[in-house]
Design a protein around this ligand. Structure first.
Ligand SMILES: O=c1ccn([C@@H]2O[C@H](COP(=O)(O)O)[C@@H](O)[C@H]2O)c(=O)[nH]1
Length: 230
């Protein structure tokens, strides 16, 4: 059965058995899963295969950022593994984003190509330290404009920017990490939003890690998030 849930569970684990054990507690019709830098670095492409065998759509979140050819070739390899979604950093620039778009088009790939705007762990002071004088929202909108021109399928941002993004770029899928159910720890995230608010503001997909994976009962944590969206 295809997955219609907006939730993507971030499997951030240093041990493959722990990631697979968590995944086995989840229902692939009720969430998708995300493989990020930690898990991919420890086990490589085999984890994609294992999760697909369990029935999950996989978001490969390696946030590629390099010269255009290198990034496009990495995206091509990711797509050849059949991942549902892959992401690149918008700050890699227009040529890099277009090269990735072209390589997926040439191979008629169905993999969704998503551009990371401003990380949800960053606030206005962090941007100032990086000599970015715009607010996070202004910076997200500027990068989103480039991503739209490059033909990307969607964006990663905080759900705090979802309303403006949906208004300006209604055709782009909005993938929003930094999701925190009421009362849960902020951890290292700064631009956080509750699951229900994120959906109400236009998020298409909610990336949720620790509020589910560190919960005593991950399956119940996911169910309770889904119930809050109903
Ligand atoms: O801006 C971004 C981009 C990616 N992430 C990733 O999402 C998850 C969030 O995990 P939590 O435990 O729910 O904080 C994590 O894998 C990040 O690498 C992000 O948080 N912000």
């Amino acid at each position: 059965m295809p997955c219609t849930s907006p939730v993507i569970v971030a499997l951030d684990f240093p041990i493959v058995a722990d990631a697979l054990n968590l995944a086995k507690q989840l229902d692939p019709t009720k969430c998708r899963v995300k493989v990020g830098k930690e898990l991919f670095t420890v086990c490589g492409p085999m984890i994609i295969d294992e999760l697909q065998k369990l029935g999950f759509d996989v978001f490969l979140d390696l946030k590629f950022h390099d010269i255009p050819n290198t990034t496009a070739m990495a995206v091509k390899v990711a797509a050849s593994m059949g991942v549902w979604m892959v992401d690149i950093h918008c700050v890699g620039g227009m040529a890099m984003m277009q090269a990735c778009r072209n390589v997926l088009d040439q191979t008629k790939s169905q993999t969704l190509l998503i551009g990371v705007t401003v990380l949800t762990s960053l606030g206005i002071d962090d941007l100032k330290q990086l000599s970015i004088t715009k607010s996070p929202e202004q910076q997200v909108l500027s990068l989103a404009q480039l991503a739209a021109e490059a033909g990307l399928d969607g964006l990663v941002s905080s759900a705090q920017e979802a309303k403006s993004l949906k208004l300006n770029f209604p055709h782009l899928k909005l993938v929003t990490p930094g999701i925190r159910p009421e009362g849960s720890s902020k951890d290292d995230q700064q631009r956080i939003v509750t699951p229900a608010q994120a959906i109400a503001d236009g998020s298409d997909y909610l990336v949720i890690g620790r509020p589910i994976t560190k919960s005593e009962n991950p399956e119940q944590a996911l169910e309770s998030i889904l119930a809050s969206l109903a």
